[in-house]
Ligand binder design. Structure first.
Ligand code: ADP
Length: 623
């Protein structure tokens, strides 16, 4: 026998699971049964696709036994699945192979209420057995290999491995139930947990128990060992919608998603005709914890004629719908589709395309008919949908109707359609402002003239907005325009007052020569009311924020973006600059107008020390 140490992260995870999932102890059984079901899926697949396994006699089943005699209570879950060899036992039960797990551990807050939610989403897996067992033994034999191995541990830092016996392939997990788990050595408990979580597992789950027989007078007559199937073992998605209750949908959702909460809504459809397939999709209430990780776990499983094919195929859904959970079951795909074939498969591409359309249609229906649910959806999934504007050109119109924004005129979220309805009679464009922070944006001088003219501006403070929205261009024939663009003045029709312009010309020329290449141009502004200056970017340049993002993503050879400085011809500072003869003081004023315009937009100053010096000089002479 050899003793091994758990990987450090395993210890951390064990500790966390035991402490934060306490109120949901019973899920250990769901996890064991799901693992068995996965193992059966894998072997079933091999027997159907791999010559080497063609002749294997495969009797897929899960058996649960328990002993409630005396103090030594045990619970055993056994399957005839693919099994694990020695290396796999170490890899699967002694280390954390998935990189997502490490990221997950990094996200934990220490607040057990929040964490248990996270753990729920993540799927607690095998280690949850240590919530109820003092000692756990796993005897496993890998399909196609000789010899079995026994893994055992008390979950306290180490595990042992030794050779063992098992007649055929599969895995048997034996829990020596502790004080915390002894209640689970009971027929009623087990039945109830299986029905609750694992009713739709596609394989039969048999419970072994001893039935007590009574005679007519109610006297105990004897005991009979009994084996009874406790789950319905039907693929829920194959049943007709009208026969499935809401509770059944929610249970099923929990078994496939590991979520502890109900789904927000689901969409169950069947396609018949040239192509036959069934899809059952769920939208979770909370964004999956790994939604913003590159190595997120896909949420949709692929089946072919009820045979599980894969749950690790990102191509089943476009990336921006990665939060969707569910099942696709095709009647037309071959069973032995390899990954490469899967990714180029025309049938699958069609299924995916129409699944996306149906999902977007369902989102639109919820938005229309169930505003409260829709609000929950928007809070969680608005941002990934916006990614779709960028990546899914074909569905851009539908997506544009679904994404929501903040606005200067509406409380909460608003849609582009609602904006259009509120547009002034002769307003030409949909205006928006992008940046980091809602509050900074709302206070931007760029909005002053729009406010004065009562024109609504969308406030876009999500990072994707900056990249995605300028690319969108138009919504139902109305142009979208960033207010920080030099050409966004169309609706601020106050024609530039040419007399004023003429008068200001010398000031502008002088400012240009003082500011040099810090600015692309200096012009009089039509969009300012109370502020003396603001910056905009040329309609053909990237915004300063976008340039920063491009740099952060590794684009080096970008020229510095030069802003255009706009000055307010009616502002006292600007008008007094007309008669300011002192060159040094004029330069101070010019730089201060530029730097303050940058500051209110939340930009960093190139030379903050210079800014402070100038400010102090001006204050000194003013006080
Ligand atoms: P998850 O199921 O989320 O991958 P677990 O901690 O539950 O995580 O299990 C870890 C791994 O151990 C599984 O991915 C699987 O490879 C292996 N495993 C667990 N139980 C079984 C089983 N009954 N038969 C075969 N392999 C198993």
């Amino acid at each position: 026998m050899a003793t091994h140490q758990f990987q450090t992260e395993v210890n951390q995870l064990l500790h966390l699971i035991i402490h934060s999932l306490y109120s949901h102890k019973e899920i250990f059984l769901r996890e064991l049964v799901s693992n068995s079901s996965d193992a059966l899926d894998k072997l079933k697949y091999l027997t159907l696709t791999d010559q080497a396994f063609k002749d294997l006699s495969f009797d897929p089943r899960i058996d649960i036994e328990f002993s409630e005699e005396g103090d030594a209570k045990t619970l055993t879950v056994s399957d005839t699945g693919i099994g694990m060899n020695r290396d796999e036992l170490i890899e699967s039960l002694g280390t954390i192979a998935k990189s997502g797990t490490k990221a997950f551990l990094g996200q934990l807050t220490g607040d057990s209420r929040k964490d248990s939610n996270l753990i729920g989403q993540f799927g607690v897996g095998f280690y949850s057995v240590f919530m109820v067992a003092d000692r756990v033994e796993v005897v496993s034999r890998k399909a196609g290999e000789e010899g079995a191995w026994k893994w055992s541990s008390d979950g306290k830092g180490e595990f042992d491995l030794e050779e063992a016996q098992r007649e055929s392939c599969g895995t048997t997990v034996t829990l020596h139930l502790g004080e915390e788990g002894k209640e689970y050595a009971s027929r009623w408990q087990i039945e109830q947990i299986i029905k609750k979580y694992s009713n739709h597992i596609a394989f039969p789950i048999f419970l072994h128990y001893t039935k007590t027989d009574y005679d007519d007078k109610g006297k105990e007559k004897g005991k009979t060992p009994t084996v009874e199937q406790v789950n319905s073992a039907s693929a829920l998605w194959k049943r007709s919608k009208s026969e499935i209750s809401d509770e059944e949908y929610q249970e099923f959702y929990k078994t496939i998603s590991h979520d502890t909460e109900d789904a927000l809504f689901h969409l169950h459809t069947r396609a018949e005709g040239t192509m036959e397939y069934t899809t059952l999709f769920f939208v979770p209430k909370k964004a999956p914890f790994d939604m913003y990780q590159v190595d997120y776990r896909p949420g949709v499983k692929l089946y072919v004629k009820r045979v599980f094919i894969t749950d690790d195929e990102k191509e089943l859904m476009p990336t921006y719908l990665r939060f969707v959970r569910g099942v696709i079951d095709s009647e037309d795909l071959p069973l032995n589709v390899s990954r490469e074939i899967l990714q180029q498969n025309r049938i699958l591409a069609k299924i995916r395309e129409s699944s996306v359309k149906k999902l977007l249609g369902e989102f639109a229906r919820v938005a229309q008919e169930e505003p409260e649910k829709w609000l929950e959806f928007v809070e969680q999934f608005n941002r990934p949908l916006k990614e779709g504007l960028y990546s899914d050109y074909g569905n851009r119109e539908q997506l544009l109707d679904l994404v929501r924004f903040r606005s200067t005129k509406a409380e909460g979220w608003t849609s582009l359609a609602e904006y259009k309805e509120r547009m002034l009679p002769d307003q030409k464009a949909i205006y928006y402002i992008t940046g980091d922070n809602d509050k900074t944006l709302r206070n931007s001088p760029l909005l002053e003239a729009y406010r004065k003219k009562d024109i609504e501006v969308l406030i876009m403070s999500e990072d994707v907005d900056e990249l995605v929205i300028p690319m969108v261009g138009t919504y139902k024939e109305t142009e979208l325009k960033g207010v920080n663009r030099s050409d966004a003045g169309d609706d601020l029709d106050e024609k530039k007052d040419s007399a004023k312009d003429e008068e200001l010309k010398p000031v502008i020329e002088r400012m240009k020569s003082v500011l040099g290449d810090r600015v692309k141009d200096v012009v009089t502004s039509v969009r300012l009311a109370d502020s003396p200056s603001c910056i905009v970017v040329d309609e053909n340049d990237p915004t300063m924020k976008m340039a920063q993002m491009m740099k952060a993503m590794g684009q080096r050879d970008l020229p510095e973006v030069q802003p255009i400085l706009e000055i307010n011809p009616d502002h006292a500072i600007v008008t007094s600059m007309k008669s300011l003869e002192d060159d040094a003081r004029f330069a101070d004023a010019a730089f201060l107008l530029l730097d303050q315009a940058l500051l209110v937009e939340g930009e960093a100053l190139q030379e903050p020390a210079e800014f402070v010096k100038r400010l102090n000089r001006v204050m000194e002479s003013a006080l």
